[in-house]
Design a protein around this ligand. Sequence first.
Ligand SMILES: Nc1ncnc2c1ncn2[C@@H]1O[C@H](COP(=O)(O)OP(=O)(O)OP(=O)(O)O)[C@@H](O)[C@H]1O
Ligand SMILES: [Mg+2]
Length: 447
Amino acid sequence: MELPVGVWGHYGFSSSPYSTSALQVAGADETLLVGRDQELRTVLRDLISGTQMVALEGDYGVGKSSLAAVAASTASRWRQARDSIAPLFLAPGRPLELEEKDTASSLERRAYFQVAGSILANEDRLIREGINLTQLNEFRYWLTTPTGGGWSAGIGASFPAVIGTNLSIGRTRSSNTSTGFTESGVITLIDSWLAAIFVTPEAGGVILLLDNLEVLSRFTKGVQLFESLRDRLFKRQGLRWIISGAEGTVRAALSTPKMSGVFPEPIDIAPLPHDLVKLVIARREEAFRVRSDAKLPVSPSAFEDAYAATGRNLRIALGLAERFSLRTEPGDMAWMTPEERDARFWAWTVNEGEKVIKQISDKVTDKQWKVLTTLVTDLDGFATSANAGDFGYKSLSSFQAHVQALAALRLVNYTADEQDGRRRIITATETGRLAVASRPSSSVPGK
Ligand SMILES: Nc1ncnc2c1ncn2[C@@H]1O[C@H](COP(=O)(O)OP(=O)(O)OP(=O)(O)O)[C@@H](O)[C@H]1O
Ligand SMILES: [Mg+2]
């Protein structure tokens, strides 16, 4: 069988213009970041001021990880672009994702894999700058031995190039076949490198990205875990953190007695305003087009409409446009005008929503619809039980009963706020957003 041409190739693009992945540190993704000048300036100013942790708080899919990645990659180029008085920031390529099974030591280990990898990847330049990295060759040698305790694989996961090529050089260069390192010994060694490279907070640091902090709320001892990381990781010399999470977890985690006042206030990341959303697609069109006659299956303005109708969530709108593109015959679309393609996208979106509505319509009361519609159209899909008044409810219990009914149908997620057990967090799911987008507004009952 002939190798099929990918959908994006058919449309004239090298890859998906609607990818839902966060922008990356390593990619040339800064040009793709739209409308975050203010937030980016704040993050960069915090980094250059010596702040050890910058926290980003915002709803799922609004763009926290992308902002963090672009900030880290921008900071990592300061020293190269300017002169040696600029602070030195090293930025591992990938964020650390918090996992439910994590402990303080598993997280420390993963963080140090990244730190070691970024130092090894910059070894030549650091040595050129006169920095003394003690026992570097011994460390390299140890990585290739069975006693290396998985460090080689751990570093390789984030820095394949370091492990693939440089390591073999290290092996031949090393005349030392002496002892290995213990787990704590490696960390102490890496700490000594950090101390040698980043003598003062203003000298820079390795920027580590810690994403999806909302996972903390699913830990039994999430708050304690986070607090125990304070001295163990967040305050370590030479480490800088950009942490992010949804559902209010970042703010909550930073406001416990042990954490409060230690780091600056989280930066709120709000949904991108409507007028900038077209640019998200236009920039990707520029960056990914490989033919002059490339055709976007979903135009920037159709994308903006979908974004507005589903409650201003980039990830969800991108996901819709991507799924539509993958399930529509590119050959048919090629002959259509942009308006015809957009009409088709809209019909497809409404149809997706109608499928949801069909399954649930006899289960959702008018009052519940009203709650869901307000959530998506007025509150960008995110609220807490403290917002009951915004939905027109004086009684919390009747409001909560509606929300629970919507949650049972998976139209919203409904979780407890870990800090404040009485407060509940309500997030519209993609299904809930689609249902609202497709339900004729005329049938939405008044208050
Ligand atoms: N400012 C922006 N400009 C252009 N694209 C963006 C921007 N912010 C986010 N995106 C895109 O939107 C999608 C969601 O962004 P991202 O993953 O950064 O959000 P997030 O807030 O980290 O989400 P989550 O809470 O699920 O981790 C990604 O495809 C990303 O590339
Ligand atoms: Mg993220």
